[in-house]
Design a protein around this ligand. Structure first.
Ligand code: SF4
Length: 450
């Protein structure tokens, strides 16, 4: 393999995809590929796709169309990975005849063999078999890439054993596989050694982790790792919000007071059809216990609007729930039918919600959320908050940027270096961010770290 080959990876979707792209980069580096400065310079283009919503899939197809001309001008090889690849398999080769190979998330380790078949044997390849749990290789964050970063993601599990009727993840990511505890802890230690101070444990259904100990204990062990200042995790299912996990929030201050807990809808009728396994009352009860255990905890969520059969009363339930919980923020989307899901198959039978009704409901929900987010952030004005400094602010590099334990973004006047913890007095707010000025350093950067 020539030493001068260059690759470009275009990543769509969630943090799990970003982590998979990183793993692809590591496999390609072993083949002596280097990163191309732009897609136009690439000999190998990989589009790492997301199929969670129809829109994401459409965007992926139009991106692929743009890359077609590079294939013609540079004879670049084009591969498609991620969830759409897993879902569409060889159909994708028919839909995009210029694509050379299609590979699922479990086939990242097979990239060398795939490329060999494409380049030497001139074959178009589809590799979408699941890998059994004992042989699954989790992406390992490269400490050298993480050097200089304050916060980093660590994958602890993949896949999902639930059957939510709208969700494509069980079909595109397979059954749950948990990463062995020692592997997680060793990765955390190697990240701390290069200066990382905050880790976010990720997985499609992270709190159902079963790598020898339950998720609550994993969280505790990571939080107790010397040098770790904060631990976060995403994303969770409400039925895995155990008493033990709530206890960790009560007695381990390094577990950050932020919980992303997707509720999806505020109507029991719709939740049952979504196969979510809880009622609104049960969700509120668990959340109440969590807030008792950790007063002031920031709660964020995901909501689907216009699920098949959702009527105005169901939707008002979602508005009422949002009012009652006062989520810090939410990712809300209109329902889009996904292939092979129960809701996709039964949409008409359950009652398709007209597009304009979905959009109107989404706007009402997002308007309400903006008001709530603005109120929560306004209440911070005049307060002094703890910020872990991540570096210069993107929009104004003369200011510093960091996050509070609740995951609120703060830009501020101050000169503390990345990795330090400072106290910031908040002067102004918007629904998504706070602005202020540094009062004092709470904890300087630990210079003993290499
Ligand atoms: S728990 Fe999450 S990932 Fe699993 S099926 Fe439900 S929505 Fe999808």
């Amino acid at each position: 393999m020539s030493a001068t080959k260059r690759y470009f990876i275009h990543t769509f979707g969630c943090q799990m995809n970003a982590s998979d792209s990183m793993r692809m980069g590591e496999v390609l580096a072993q083949l002596k590929y280097v990163v191309a400065p732009t897609v136009e310079d690439a000999d190998l283009i990989i589009v790492n796709t997301c199929s969670i919503r129809e829109k994401a899939e459409d965007k992926m197809l139009s991106t692929l169309g743009r890359y077609r001309s590079i294939k013609v001008s540079r004879h670049a090889v084009i591969g498609v990975g991620g969830c759409v690849a897993q879902q569409e398999k060889s159909r994708l080769l028919q839909r995009a005849p210029f694509v050379d190979f299609v590979f699922g998330p479990d086939a990242i380790g097979k990239l060398p063999q795939i490329l060999e078949r494409v380049e030497k044997d001139r074959m178009r390849v589809v590799e979408t078999a699941w890998m059994d749990s004992e042989h699954y290789l989790f992406p390992r964050a490269d400490p050298e890439t993480a050097r200089g970063k304050v916060t980093e993601f660590v994958t602890v599990m993949k896949g999902c054993d639930n059957v939510c009727s709208f969700c494509v993840v069980p079909h595109t990511r397979g059954r749950e596989v948990s990463r062995p505890l020692e592997e997680v802890l060793s990765e955390v230690r190697s990240l701390v050694a290069v200066g990382v101070r905050e880790v976010t444990l990720i997985g499609q259904n992270v709190n159902s982790y079963r790598g020898g100990i339950p998720f609550a204990q994993l969280l505790r062990r990571v939080a107790e790792t010397p040098g770790v200042e904060r631990v976060r995790f995403t994303t969770s299912h409400p039925h895995d919000l155990s008493d033990e996990l709530i206890e960790v929030f009560a007695d381990q201050p390094r577990v950050a007071p932020h919980f992303h807990l997707p509720v999806q809808c505020g109507s029991d009728r719709v939740l049952a059809r979504m196969r979510r396994d809880y009622t609104v009352e049960q969700y509120l009860e668990r959340l109440g216990l969590l807030r008792q255990a950790r007063p002031g905890i920031a709660v964020t969520t995901d909501i689907i609007v216009g699920f098949p059969g959702e009527d105005e009363e169901d939707f008002r339930g979602t508005l009422a729930l949002s009012q009652a919980v006062r989520f810090e923020s939410q990712f809300s989307f209109v329902f889009s039918p996904r292939p092979r899901t129960a809701a996709g198959l039964h949409e008409r039978e359950w009652g398709t919600v007209p597009h304009e009704v979905k959009i109107e409901r989404l706007e009402r929900l997002q308007r309400l959320q903006r008001e709530i987010s603005a109120e929560i952030m306004r209440a911070q004005v005049g307060q002094e908050v703890e910020v872990l400094v991540e570096g210069p602010a993107k929009l104004d590099p003369s200011k510093s940027f960091g996050r509070t334990p609740e995951n609120r973004s703060v830009s501020f006047d101050g000169d503390a270096p990345s990795g330090s913890r400072v106290l910031v007095k908040i002067h102004a707010s918007s629904p998504n961010a706070l602005r202020g000025s540094q009062k004092r350093v709470l904890q300087p950067v630990d210079r003993s770290c290499p």
